[in-house]
Ligand binder design. Structure first.
Ligand SMILES: Nc1nc2c(c(=O)[nH]1)N[C@H]1C(S)=C(S)[C@@H](COP(=O)(O)OP(=O)(O)OC[C@H]3O[C@@H](n4cnc5c(=O)[nH]c(N)nc54)[C@H](O)[C@@H]3O)O[C@H]1N2
Ligand SMILES: Nc1nc2c(c(=O)[nH]1)N[C@H]1C(S)=C(S)[C@@H](COP(=O)(O)OP(=O)(O)OC[C@H]3O[C@@H](n4cnc5c(=O)[nH]c(N)nc54)[C@H](O)[C@@H]3O)O[C@H]1N2
Ligand code: SF4
Ligand SMILES: [Mo]
Length: 714
């Protein structure tokens, strides 16, 4: 057993006022920020003015980091469970005790199931070299990120066409003439840079077609809003493609040079006319034709934004895929005002950060979810989280006995928490590494409190993009509680596992030592990063020469008929499958992110929870009237195994087929006194959906949930 010492803390308690450049941690947009510290306390936050696109801007959630930091309702020491799972009985433990407990269990799992019996999931993003390196150093292939409940279908659609992942696709909204959004609610589901560029572009006259069954804030800013029938976007896209091909308005030079499978596409959209799509989507054929006139005039400065939300039903892989095909046909690929492929430092003549994952041998065992092997269409880089829960529950394809949820709350973000609890309860070890009492932490065996993003430094981030850069999340203040940064936690576990792990992989004494390793050979120094918060590796956005776009598919082309999909035995473009229209008291359950909340983690924030209040249920005025429901009435919302009371918001702003609620409510942890019991959790209504997924894209098909609504007393 090695003894533990607190990670070094640099001058964070120095008196007086100072500023630190860092990266916001209140959501995954990770905006560059400047932190003002006075006498060891954070007193002000703003966007990092060195980043021109961000300026001094932050969103409301970013600003609420100060009340979060000074809130005591978060885990303050390691905790080990003493009662049944989820019963909320804990004992405080030292780091030594907690880590020894974890490693004893990990050794048991390795002895019984091999290292592949250990899995970890996290929240994805530019810091995952650490968690992926950690899992590999333990000898397991089973690293997962959160994305099976977010945008995996989109990722895999992009991969099947271009060979790149979702992270490699950027959008030059600033110079765009026509932005097309399928439920990408830019004005509320915020990334500061994108939201600012969007508002600026609207102000200068950019056209925006926004497709959403609901009138969101983005709909109000758009030049066209189509209140589409839920889950029918694919029919619309097939009709747009039909018109584009019929009128031959595509970029013939681009298609000739890069695109394969045009005949396959022609066959797939032969009969999908604007009239054909009308009964499926509710969008008049004439409007589709008018839209096609516009995009033809605006090409190639047209962006068909591959989005997120359409990526969560059983055919949404094809929605994202057809959106991306439209970009290719309009020639808006890697051009100003179109889609911008991310450039690596090497693309612009520089060197990438050295990877932590390269410090241990690659694992040869197949992943438990089959991603990249039995399911070649699924990207093995981040896998498909629901399938690790399936493996934990069934032992198929092999047993998995230990699971670490790091910066990830599966009992909030996956459908049907009771079903997931049933799977997790089979584990020998469940660890949550979090800054809050998440729903998953409350069900875990051990809670390890990570230092907050203001109290810690992360590994350096490499952000590939039009202008690739390196970014630094630096420590601003001393930890308030007995918490540790993740790099330190992972290092300590590897050290304790001794010969059972590749301990060298993360064996750095300080974060500076780790940064020096990452920066080796890049020509960039820690001092340069501290000076501005980031270092750009190119002076201006960089585009590939028009005849040298390096698609990474097996053929090197933009593959409409995809080799990977052929290997998987799945169609590259399937026929559209209409969903049954719910009638009477039945509705599609739609959900989305509230502008003042991040996922499930904000409701206990002293300011954000207050601003959000309990979530109401949006219901269409015509449908509500038929059920005798008035605005402000209490209604019972039910799915087969769960029901809850909500307040109805009766409105024409939502499609008749659907009801809508914001996500992140209905928390159950008593130690989150402000959030516990506030509002209703949409994931609890997604009964039976944990293992329902899009077979092509792989992601959870959670937008296919049907609920029943009843007025109080009815
Ligand atoms: N404030 C805030 N901002 C965030 C986040 C957050 O938690 N809070 N999270 C970040 C993350 S992780 C993500 S993934 C993004 C998500 O960004 P978005 O995908 O833009 O946001 P959502 O709010 O999830 O949903 C967007 C819209 O999809 C619509 N929708 C539902 N069904 C359909 C359909 O069948 N077709 C179409 N066309 N639209 C449909 C919903 O009505 C909703 O308005 O936001 C990021 N930004
Ligand atoms: N029903 C339903 N399900 C959804 C969605 C929905 O709208 N409705 N949205 C989906 C989407 S788009 C996404 S991206 C996922 C997101 O789902 P998750 O990935 O689970 O995201 P969050 O709730 O944002 O945060 C996860 C956990 O990270 C913790 N955390 C925050 N900061 C830190 C930190 O610095 N260190 C550590 N160690 N932990 C930290 C938070 O306290 C929280 O417990 O959910 C998806 N699931
Ligand atoms: S969008 Fe808001 S919460 Fe998210 S990183 Fe940026 S400032 Fe922080
Ligand atoms: Mo997401």
């Amino acid at each position: 057993m090695s003894s533990v010492s607190a990670p070094n803390v640099r001058g964070v308690d120095s008196p007086g006022r100072r500023t630190v450049f860092s990266i916001c941690g209140m959501c995954v947009a990770r905006c560059p920020i400047e932190v003002t510290v006075e006498n060891g306390r954070v007193t002000w936050l703003r966007g990092n003015p060195n980043d021109k696109a961000i300026g001094e801007s932050m969103c409301g959630r970013g600003g609420a980091a100060i009340p979060f930091e000074y809130d005591d309702e978060r885990p303050q020491t390691p905790l080990i469970r003493t009662g049944a799972r989820g019963a909320g009985r804990w004992r405080r433990a030292s780091w030594d005790e907690a880590l020894d407990y974890i490693c004893d269990k990990l050794r048991e799992v390795v002895a019984e199931m091999g290292p592949r019996g250990i899995a970890l999931s996290d929240r994805g993003g530019p810091f995952t070299d650490l968690s992926r390196g950690f899992v590999q150093a333990l000898g397991s292939p089973n690293y997962f990120d959160h994305d099976s409940s977010c945008a995996r279908n989109t990722n895999n659609a992009i991969r099947s066409l271009t060979g790149y992942g979702r992270g490699a696709i950027g959008f030059d909204i600033k110079n765009c003439k026509h932005l097309v959004l399928w439920g990408r609610n830019l004005a509320e589901s915020i990334k500061v840079k994108e939201a600012k560029e969007f508002m600026g572009a609207i102000a200068r006259g950019m056209r925006c077609t926004y497709i959403d069954p609901r009138v969101s804030t983005t709909a109000c800013k758009a030049t066209r809003h189509w209140q589409i029938r839920p889950n029918s976007d694919y029919a619309l896209n097939l009709a747009i493609l039909h018109e584009v091909l019929k009128r031959e308005i595509y970029d013939k030079a681009f298609v000739e040079r890069y695109v394969t499978g045009m005949d396959y596409l022609r066959a797939a959209v032969r009969d999908t006319t604007p009239e054909w799509q009308e009964p499926h989507t509710g969008i008049p054929a004439a409007e589709v034709r008018a839209f096609v006139d516009e995009i033809a005039a605006d090409a190639p400065q047209v962006i068909f934004h591959t989005g997120w939300m359409t990526a969560r039903h059983k055919q949404s892989f094809y929605v994202s895929r057809t959106a991306l095909i439209l970009n290719a046909l309009m020639g808006s690929f890697d051009v100003k005002g179109g889609i911008v492929l991310a450039k690596t430092p090497e693309d612009v003549g520089r060197k990438s950060l050295k990877k932590l994952i390269d410090r241990s041998p690659k694992v040869k065992e197949p992943r438990a979810d089959g991603a990249g092997t039995t399911r070649p269409q699924w990207d093995p880089v981040a896998g498909m989280a629901h399938q690790i829960y399936r493996a934990i529950e069934t032992g198929d394809p092999y047993p998995v006995g230990a699971y670490l949820a790091y910066r990830h709350d599966p009992l909030t973000c996956m459908p049907d928490p009771p079903a997931l609890q049933k799977a997790l309860d089979k584990l020998k070890l469940l660890v949550a590494i979090d800054v809050n009492y998440s729903e998953t932490a409350w069900f875990a065996d051990v809670i390890l409190p990570e230092t907050t993003y203001l109290e810690r430094a992360n590994i350096l981030a490499q952000n590939n993009g039009g202008r690739p850069n390196f970014g630094m999340r630096d420590q601003a203040v001393a930890p308030r509680f007995d918490s540790r940064p993740a790099w330190w936690i992972f290092r300590e576990i590897l050290r304790r596992m001794g010969p059972l792990a590749h301990g060298d992989a993360l064996d750095f004494e300080t974060i500076e030592e780790l940064w020096d390793y990452q920066l080796e050979g890049t020509g960039v120094t820690v001092a340069q990063l501290r000076e501005k918060g980031f270092v750009s590796l190119a002076d201006a956005p960089w585009f590939f020469p028009r005849d040298k776009i390096p698609f990474k598919t097996p053929t090197g082309k933009f593959e409409i008929e995809s080799e990977v999909m052929k290997q998987a035995g799945l169609p590259s473009l399937a026929p559209f499958q209409p969903r049954a229209v719910p009638t009477g008291d039945r509705f599609h359950l739609m959900f989305g992110h509230a502008p003042v909340m991040t996922g499930g983690q904000s409701l206990n924030n002293p300011i954000l929870g207050d601003l959000a209040g309990p979530n109401p249920l949006w219901i269409n005025d015509g449908r509500a009237k038929a059920l005798g429901i008035g605005d402000g009435d209490e209604v019972l919302i039910s799915s087969p195994a769960y029901s809850a009371w909500m307040t109805a918001r009766v409105t024409p702003l939502i499609h008749p087929d659907a009801v809508f609620m914001f996500h992140g409510f209905g928390r159950t942890v008593p130690l989150q006194t402000r959030a516990c019991g506030l509002g209703v959790a949409d994931q609890r209504l997604q009964h039976g959906m944990l293992y329902e997924y899009d077979p092509a894209g792989g992601a959870n098909a959670m937008t296919e949930t049907i609920v029943q609504i009843k007025r109080k007393g009815a």
